[in-house]
Design a protein around this ligand. Structure first.
Ligand code: NAD
Length: 401
């Protein structure tokens, strides 16, 4: 095709993208309010094993949750539903990020706990299908990715709110290439998309007694998109006069997380890509990606997962049973909190800190010189059931500060 023809085709392509995004804005604006789980007769929790070590750590976490919820499972107010088919093999077979029947089952659940899924990349043998995560976030409009990071001995108690549906991810597979020489991808930021994630961050600060929200962008360079995000932050912040807020650029924020005064930060909110990078850095500060869980929240649906990937090498080397299930158990604690089991969620959270950072009676090494995920899950469960858990946690926090 001649360059002139390629330019014309690109114009049409861009027009299509703009129209799609304008439709998306309309859809967001017409959405209902957040699901009220307390009004449901039965909460349906879907389980998606995913790929690699996913099925193993999802099962390890499910055992813990099912034990903690056994009374409500028995009286039929909570149900676990195994959803098969969110595997790379099945997704490749259907050439879809999420095969239709799997998506239907996911939508029939109120919340899901999802193991990591493999995303095909150049050079591997899988067809180039979209990431299952990106697909799920888009299909269910899971716009808020919430990632807590805690290091009690350093007084670090951060919560990251990463926008989950926009930025460079929204049109990641729909860029343009001209004459094999010029490549352009697109970054999408909308007022409504920014507003709802920033509101979620400020509401979280308000509801949990936190006093500070830090907004992270690169608005000095990306004036239209990140500029809009920052503009929306200013508007939302004015509705939360009791909460202090500040604005940072992503480059200095990556440095701030290593600064001696890092514990002064509380809640962070940012567009998608910066959140992706910054939360991995934060997870490493907590003890590695294997320790961190995340929530993907939408108004009607919510999905909870580890922040790491499917660790295919661990599976290939027969080490899946030695994978750290803490990330998935942490995701499970966030799920419990989201559906209203606040006290249980806090206990599980404390147990994870006690087991992983304080007592360390069992160690996970990812190899057979460490304990298995199942053994570790039992250790966490026994810690939740320990009637002295609160005292233990207090002692831990005091001793290590
Ligand atoms: P990865 O997170 O799978 O692995 C990174 C390193 O961390 C590896 O050394 C791995 O062995 C280790 N690791 C990860 N989780 C662990 C655990 N629970 N216990 C012990 N060690 C653990 O990253 P990757 O290799 O870049 O990605 C593998 C695949 O996962 C890719 O296809 C990627 O696209 C996908 N991925 C999926 C998600 C998701 O589903 N949310 C997130 C990130 C990556």
């Amino acid at each position: 095709m001649s360059i002139e023809k390629e330019i014309l085709a690109s114009k049409d392509h861009l027009e299509g993208l703009i129209r799609d995004q304008l439709e998306r804005i309309k859809r967001i604006k017409s959405q209902g309010d957040w699901t009220d789980y307390s009004g449901l007769k039965k909460i349906r929790i879907g389980l998606l094993g995913g790929d690699g070590i996913g099925p193993q750590i999802t099962e390890d976490a499910k055992i813990v949750l099912a034990e903690l919820l056994q009374d409500d499972i028995a009286n039929n107010s909570v149900e676990f539903i195994n959803i098969e088919g969110l595997t790379i093999e099945n997704r490749a077979k259907h050439l879809k990020a999420i095969p239709d029947d799997v998506l239907e089952k996911i939508k029939s659940c109120h919340v899901t706990l999802k193991g990591p899924t493999t995303t095909p990349e150049k050079g591997d043998n899988w067809p180039n299908i979209e990431s299952a995560n990106v697909g799920m976030r888009k299909e269910l409009d899971l716009f808020a990715n919430v990632r807590p990071v805690k290091v009690p001995e350093e007084n670090i108690d951060w919560v990251f709110f990463r926008e989950n549906t926009e930025d460079s991810y929204a049109l990641g597979s729909q860029g343009i290439e001209i004459d094999n020489e010029l490549a352009m991808d697109f970054k999408v930021i909308t007022s409504i998309g920014s507003q709802r994630i920033i509101e979620a961050a400020f509401n979280h600060a308000r509801n949990t007694g936190r006093k500070r929200v830090s907004v992270v962008t690169k608005a000095n360079i990306l004036k239209k998109t990140d500029g809009k995000f920052l503009e929306e932050a200013e508007k939302v912040a004015s509705q939360f006069p009791e909460i202090e807020w500040d604005s940072w650029y992503i480059d200095i924020m990556t440095a701030n997380l290593l600064h001696t005064r890092r514990s002064e930060f509380e809640v962070f909110v940012m567009p998608n890509l910066y959140g992706d990078i910054l939360t991995d850095e934060a997870a490493q500060i907590q003890g590695g990606v294997g320790t961190a869980g995340s929530a993907n929240l939408g108004k009607q649906h919510a999905m909870f997962e580890a922040i790491h990937g499917s660790a295919p090498r661990m599976l290939k080397e027969g080490r899946a049973q030695f994978a750290n299930p803490s990330s998935m158990i942490k995701a499970g604690a966030m799920l419990l909190e989201h559906i209203g089991y606040t006290e249980l969620a806090q206990k599980l959270d404390k147990a994870l800190s006690i087991c992983g950072q304080y007592e360390k009676k069992l160690l996970i090494t990812g190899r057979d010189n460490g304990s298995t995920g199942e053994e570790y899950g039992k250790y966490v469960l026994n810690t939740v059931r320990d009637k002295n858990i609160d005292e233990k946690y207090e002692k831990y926090a005091k001793e290590t500060q």
